[in-house]
Design a protein around this ligand. Structure first.
Ligand code: EPU
Length: 336
């Protein structure tokens, strides 16, 4: 077990904010978790870090940061399905391209989502008409309370929009060390999301391959979302709030242009980016924090913002939205 002390976390979070971890351990093979357990690491404060793309550090971390860096992807085909298993430290986008390059369809709409494989089930990542829960078969996870590995099926993960059992009942307890995705070998491409249709039309592509879709999605993301390697950010800072149909109708009577997506359960998701833009925040800058000019759901660190400054701006936004629309926005990022 190799513990490092007083490690600056700026390179380990895509917001690029400064914070120091008292202890830091990098895990390259899942079996190393046994020795962490035996040495009592999990009896004190610890936090598991993947790509650091969904986290806001607002203070130094006094416990142990456990960084999962285990790599490896393999697959097998069974009937009409291909099962692809990737270790937790793999970069999500590398997994997407592993699948695209072998013509395994399903994940291409989620190209270029930042982060790692191990983090992908935690908030049930999704983008451009696809959601992880529709491709997730199972994951292997280390139970920090018992020191044993266990397997979670899709059902056991209790996925809902940007949520799973790992964010609720089991928050902070399990470390996901590998994920198996089940892809349907002959599935139809999913191009129903307006922005994808438009991008394919611009490229004069009528019958897209999954590579065409992955490239189109990557292009849309690059155009619309800030690149964390140049502008610190953590993607969507807030979740799209879910409201009842009655609430939607109330909103429509005052704001006829409200942007929303119907959900299967009869409720609707309101586009938080729209709400934030309506309150005049799009492109606005306070000190070193700015709301992204092309997508108001994304907060950015211009250069030297602190986590607290970013958090304070997010609180101001939440207060504004509550006052104007009587809707409470929830943060999507983890605040530590
Ligand atoms: N909109 C505005 N102003 C804005 C942003 C959006 O009016 O500043 C309205 C527009 O009408 C736009 C609609 O909202 O058409 C939807 O915007 P977008 O397609 O960007 O999707 P989103 O609902 O804002 C979600 C995910 C993103 C994902 C996109 C694309 C959440 C919290 N966010 O955003 O995920 O890339 O859909 O599928 O669900 C992330 O989680 O980090 C992330 C970037």
């Amino acid at each position: 077990m190799n513990i490092e002390y007083n490690i600056p976390l700026k390179p380990f979070n895509t917001f690029g904010v400064q914070a120091v971890a008292k202890k830091f351990i990098e895990i390259k093979e899942e079996k190393a978790l046994y020795s962490l357990y035996d040495n009592g690491v999990f009896n004190e404060d610890f936090f598991v870090l993947g790509g650091g793309s969904n986290i806001l550090f607002t203070q130094d971390y006094n416990g142990t940061i456990v960084k999962i860096s285990s790599k490896g992807i393999h697959h097998f085909i069974e009937g009409n399905y291909v099962y692809v298993t990737a270790n937790g430290g793999e970069i999500w986008n590398d997994l997407v391209w592993y699948c695209v390059n072998q013509d395994f369809p399903g994940l291409e709409n989620m190209a270029l989502i930042p982060g790692t494989v191990g983090a992908s089930p935690i908030q049930n990542i999704g983008a451009y008409g696809a959601e992880l829960m529709n491709f997730f078969s199972s994951c292997r996870a280390f139970d920090t309370q018992t020191g044993q590995f266990t397997t979670f099926t899709n059902e056991q993960c209790q996925f809902t929009y940007r949520d799973s059992i790992f964010k609720s009942k089991y928050k902070g307890r399990f470390i996901i060390t590998s994920v198996t995705y089940r892809l349907f070998l002959h599935s139809k491409q999913n191009t129903s999301y307006g922005a994808i249709e438009e991008e394919l039309a611009k490229r004069n592509i009528v019958t897209p391959t999954i590579k065409d879709i992955a490239e189109a999605v990557s292009h849309i993301r690059v155009e619309k979302l800030p690149d964390p390697s140049t502008v610190g950010n953590a993607g969507s800072f807030f979740k799209n709030p879910i409201v009842t149909l009655d609430k939607l109708n109330d909103l429509k009577s005052i704001f006829p242009n409200v942007v929303f997506y119907p959900m299967e359960n009869g409720q609707v998701k309101i586009a938080a980016g729209w709400l934030i833009e309506q309150c005049g925040w799009k492109g606005k800058q306070i000190g070193e924090v700015a709301v992204w000019k092309n997508q108001a759901l994304v907060l950015t660190n211009i250069k030297n913002a602190t986590g607290v400054e970013i958090y304070d701006v997010s609180t101001k936004i939440i207060d504004n939205i509550l006052k104007k629309f009587s809707i409470t926005l929830e943060r999507e990022v983890n605040v530590l």
